[in-house]
Design a protein around this ligand. Structure first.
Ligand SMILES: Cc1ncc(COP(=O)(O)O)c(C=O)c1O
Length: 457
């Protein structure tokens, strides 16, 4: 067994194809519906928001889709990312388990988000789009899209959830440094934002509201502006599969195969990016890795929500998809993992969880910070609060292996660093953070607002 700690691929190993899990999916995807008529969406309807190439990727069942050279050239700024064996964490835990993490925090934006931002900016530029609109929670997605739009000479307008805008000024400065325009949502720039502010001038905002604003601006721009989403959609998850394709090769270099593959889930993109190539190996090559998606107990879409048709945004302008959801009217508690506060979950990941191909667990905020600090002290890197959810479960798996005296190989996605989230660490270290659990009653109330879709379950 090698004593190596970092497993590095060379530039020439950078994947040439994204993996489209829909080609191998044993579950038939539910149709995507128009929010106004509840009829299946047509490419025409979607083309108001997205360029045709991304719409085609969204519905494609081709197994591999070629990554354009222009996108691979920019990926080379930070890809292939390292796979690291967390030997010092293993020692600190005294576990016989081997813990590996795929370090996506080395991208210029500090997370996995540029993997799709670069691709989306490329296809929009190629289709003649002048500007993109988007929402951002913690600011990770907004900074990734600003970076990508800057590379392709596109303007970008970012609707940033107000609570994060106030909590995370450095993310905003980062977006502006790359050339993005950032607005605290709800804003008075859109009809929907004005209607929210009229009811509650101090509204802290939510991802659902910010999506509605960004969608409204694109939909009313006469085609000059398109909308870009940082998670949830099939094409976004597919762009992230470079993570898992690289990790498969790197685990091979390490001479091991994971028993467990773990990642945090907001809309599902970083986890799908790592896990879908391993799901393919489970479905097609007889592998049996356990796949575990981790969400906060404060936003437990999979573990407490319903698997149902729901709107993608609060104003009911975005398409309706079948997913695990807490209801589109969900306004999450102000937990620090801003990127995990979305009310829904990617339809493909939802379908795989519902079919028992992927497990889901939820973990409370305080225990994630405890895990993050243990990781930082052992491995040196300070994780994003979102990533800390994956670390919590990786550590729990390693401790379980220790208790059972098992050698378990654990792989998790290190989706981002927390260097711009230090105020969250400050709150934790000074004892000011609390746990939040989402009550069953609130979930039941939100479920009454789901669209009534007459389709087989
Ligand atoms: C570091 C990090 N990890 C995870 C997520 C969650 O998003 P997703 O589930 O799409 O990967 C985010 C979202 O902003 C993030 O910034």
């Amino acid at each position: 067994m090698t004593e190596q700690t970092r497993f590095q691929l060379s530039e020439s190993d950078l994947p040439k194809f994204w993996y489209n899990v829909m080609a191998d999916s044993p579950v038939t995807p539910a149709p995507v519906l128009r929010p106004d008529t509840l009829e299946p969406v047509t490419p025409d309807f979607l083309s108001v928001l997205f360029p045709m190439e991304l719409i085609l990727q969204e519905v494609s069942t081709e197994r591999y889709i070629q990554i354009p050279d222009e996108v691979r050239e920019i990926y080379k700024l930070y890809r292939p990312t390292p796979l690291v064996r967390a030997r010092r964490l293993e020692q600190a835990l005294g576990t016989p388990a081997h813990i590996y993490f795929k370090n996506e925090s080395v991208s210029p934006a500090g997370s996995h988000k540029p993997n799709t931002a670069i691709a989306q900016a490329y296809y929009n530029k190629a289709a003649g789009t002048k500007a993109l609109t988007t929402e951002t929670g913690a600011g990770q997605w907004g900074s990734a899209l600003s970076l990508a739009c800057n590379f392709f000479g596109l303007d970008v307008e970012i609707y940033m959830v107000r609570v994060s805008y106030d909590q995370k000024p450095y993310r905003r400065i980062m977006m502006e440094t790359y050339g993005g325009k950032v607005y605290a949502s709800p804003t008075d720039r859109t009809q929907y934002g004005r209607s929210v502010l009229a009811q509650d001038p101090d509204c802290p905002g939510s991802l659902g509201i910010a999506i509605s604003e960004a969608v409204e601006v694109a939909a009313t721009s006469g085609g000059a502006k398109k909308y870009s989403l940082g998670s949830v959609l099939n094409h976004v998850l597919m762009h992230q599969t470079v993570i898992g394709e690289e990790a498969l090769k790197q685990m091979d270099m390490a001479g091991e195969y994971p028993d467990v593959v773990i990642g945090c889930v907001g809309g599902g993109s970083n986890y799908a990016g790592l896990a879908y190539p391993f799901l393919r190996q489970n479905l097609k090559e007889g592998q049996r890795a356990r796949l575990i998606a981790v969400e906060p107990t404060a936003t437990p879409s999979i573990t407490k929500g319903a698997y149902a048709f729901d709107y993608g945004d609060t104003a009911k302008m975005a398409p309706i998809v079948k997913m695990y959801t807490l209801g589109h009217s969900f306004v999450p508690p102000a937990i620090h993992a801003g990127g995990l506060r979305y009310h829904g979950m990617a339809p493909s990941l939802s379908a795989f969880c519902n079919a028992g191909l992927i497990e889901a667990v939820s973990v409370p905020q305080l225990s994630t910070f405890e895990a993050a600090i243990q990781f930082a002290r052992a491995e040196g890197i300070i994780p994003a609060p979102e990533t800390a959810h994956a670390i919590r479960v990786a550590i729990d798996e390693a401790l379980d292996a220790k208790q059972k005296g098992e050698k378990r190989v654990i792989l998790f996605n290190f989706s981002g660093h927390g260097l711009l989230d230090l105020s969250a660490y400050q709150a934790y270290l000074s004892g000011k953070l609390e746990d939040y659990a989402y009550s069953d009653e609130v979930v039941r109330a939100a479920m009454r607002e789901l669209p009534q879709v007459d389709m087989p379950a």
